[in-house]
Write a protein that binds this ligand. Structure first.
Ligand code: MG
Length: 458
């Protein structure tokens, strides 16, 4: 095949008389690198939509189950295809339509081996861009193209990114509970399994700030769900103090604020927590309040991680280039996939900002695997969020990333090294594991309100 392809190119060069000897040699080199196979073309673009159960429902009240979207790109070459994560669990149907109705007809017949070119073409083809629906759709295509390139080369994707900088990715896991004894119990359970970086997640704890029905019992005007940010901030600090005292200095300790404080409360919490030597405070401000990061930087040295709600370079570029955060933790599919993320990671390497990609259950294992490959290959990797897989998830996705002693490993098979059991996935369509409001809202989230009945950011 290789020889035939090279000969064909030589004949073409001779016939046209337009290709120089140098170009002919370059093309022969490409043919050798791709084992003489012609450039694959996109034959079909499919969406695999499914629902998976939450992995730790007892500890984390929400989300109870998650709608996942995975893109499968099939090429015109026998057995050559790839998977990418396009999960936007709260608006899954819209992403799937963006892929099937717009990107699929745009992509059919195009070569799979021009990943950056196709990314730019998809990104610009809508004219208006950088929204969560369109970026997640592009991510599914982008990551599927990287998977195809890896399979074609016979290499895991991290090799295509330059190879490993480290053997495995250090992780952090969530700890939570209705009160501090329960949180400590959860922490010890995680430490016994080898995890040494723990994220306090008070946002999912009943009773913190009166969150969720049956919380503080303070009641409110118009709804039974109440959230009070000042109480939340004080409780989070008290719990962090107890965790540091009880767990010792060796444990990496984080806290997820989920963008729920007022700007002034956020600045105050960062200052108060400075003495605890946290690994980081996560999503301390909402994307609407980014200007306050400068105040936090000026007033304390608490490490700051930010970004899971970001969609756009307009949001992350100033924070990274001005060194206002320590860890970028964007949701990779929300950015537009690996192609977008690796470029921002490179910016972070220059400015001293590390990566801590968002790794919740509402990212598919294919998306997690794309993150691990970047974690291994990017020098400025910081840490990786990990939220466990239910047994069913591991059946749906063969070859999931594995965690040993708190470190996450990619498998070394070509591409992402993963296969999706599509027959099994068909048994778990959207809505199949939901009930109540979540089902009624088609996978969307409901609302949280203050005691006076006004809506809060969640
Ligand atoms: Mg978070």
């Amino acid at each position: 095949m290789q020889r035939r392809h090279v000969l064909k190119m030589g004949a073409l060069a001779g016939g046209l008389g337009a290709i120089t000897e140098r170009e002919r040699q370059a093309q022969a080199q490409v043919a050798r690198a791709t084992r003489g196979t012609p450039s694959p073309k996109i034959k079909d673009v499919q969406v695999i939509a499914m629902q998976i159960p939450a992995s730790r429902p007892a500890a984390i009240a929400r989300p109870g189950s998650v709608r996942l979207s995975v893109v499968k790109i099939i090429t015109d070459q026998d057995g050559l295809y790839g998977y990418g994560c396009s999960t936007f669990t709260q608006r899954g149907e819209l992403v799937n339509a963006a892929i099937e109705k717009y990107l699929k007809p745009f992509l059919i017949g195009k070569p799979t081996d021009r990943i950056d070119d196709l990314w730019q073409a998809c990104y610009n083809s809508s004219y208006w861009r950088n929204g969560p629906v369109l970026n997640n759709a592009i991510s599914g295509v982008d990551e599927a193209l990287w998977d195809i390139k890896g399979r074609q080369a016979g290499m895991p994707v991290y090799q295509l990114l330059g190879g490993k900088c480290r053997e495995a990715a250090d992780t952090y896991v969530h700890i939570t509970g209705p009160d501090i004894p329960a949180v400590l119990e959860d922490a010890h359970r995680m430490m016994e399994q080898g995890y040494h970086n723990l994220l306090l997640n008070p946002t999912y704890a009943q009773g913190v700030g009166g969150l969720h029905e049956g919380g503080s019992g303070t009641g409110t005007l118009g709804t039974s769900s109440v959230f009070q940010s000042a109480i939340f901030a004080r409780t989070a600090l008290k719990w962090l103090e107890q965790l540091r005292t009880q767990l010792g200095d060796e444990i990496g300790l984080m806290c997820d604020i989920h963008e729920r404080l007022t700007p002034n409360e956020a600045v105050q919490l960062a200052k108060d927590a400075e003495k605890l030597k946290l690994f980081f405070l996560e999503d301390l401000l909402s994307p609407e309040d980014l200007a306050y990061f400068r105040q936090i930087r000026q007033q304390c040295a608490t490490p700051i991680a930010m970004g899971e709600l970001f969609n756009s370079p307009h949001e992350w570029t100033p924070l990274i280039s001005e060194r206002l955060i320590d860890y970028m933790r964007m949701h990779v599919s929300q950015m537009g996939g690996l192609t977008a993320a690796r470029k921002v990671a490179a910016l972070g390497e220059i400015t001293g900002v590390k990566t801590a990609w968002h790794g919740p259950p509402d990212t598919s294992p294919v998306g997690h695997m794309a993150q691990v490959h970047m974690d291994l290959a990017c020098y400025n990797f910081g840490i990786q969020e990990f939220t466990f897989y239910a047994d069913l998830t591991k059946e749906l996705f063969k070859g999931c990333p594995e965690v040993k002693n708190g470190y996450m490993y990619a498998n070394d098979a070509p591409g992402w090294g993963m296969e999706v059991d599509e027959k099994l996935a068909a048994k778990y369509p959207y809505g199949s594991l939901e009930e109540g409001e979540r089902k009624q809202l088609n996978g969307g989230w409901g609302e949280l309100r203050r005691r006076d009945g006004s809506v809060i950011k969640q």
